[in-house]
Ligand binder design. Sequence first.
Ligand SMILES: [Fe+2]
Length: 88
Amino acid sequence: MKLLYQHAKEHFNAEEELMEQLGFRNYKRHVREHNAMLEKLAEIDHKIINDEWKQSDVPEFMDKWGRHIINSDMEFNVYLKKQELESV
Ligand SMILES: [Fe+2]
């Protein structure tokens, strides 16, 4: 779980850096979503360590992450493509 957390954090940081550089208008909201997911990952890790983990924790988390990818990451992807087109 620690490796997943670290990988997610590195991925989120790289994404956030790019957003900030490009002046993405929903940067702060996106960072909040990333932070909420990292907190949830840490919470699941804590539950696993304390043997309090519930099977429903994982699909709930994956659903949240999936919605972030479909909505927020795609929103940034569209913004990124638009920036690329405008710079040509
Ligand atoms: Fe993201």
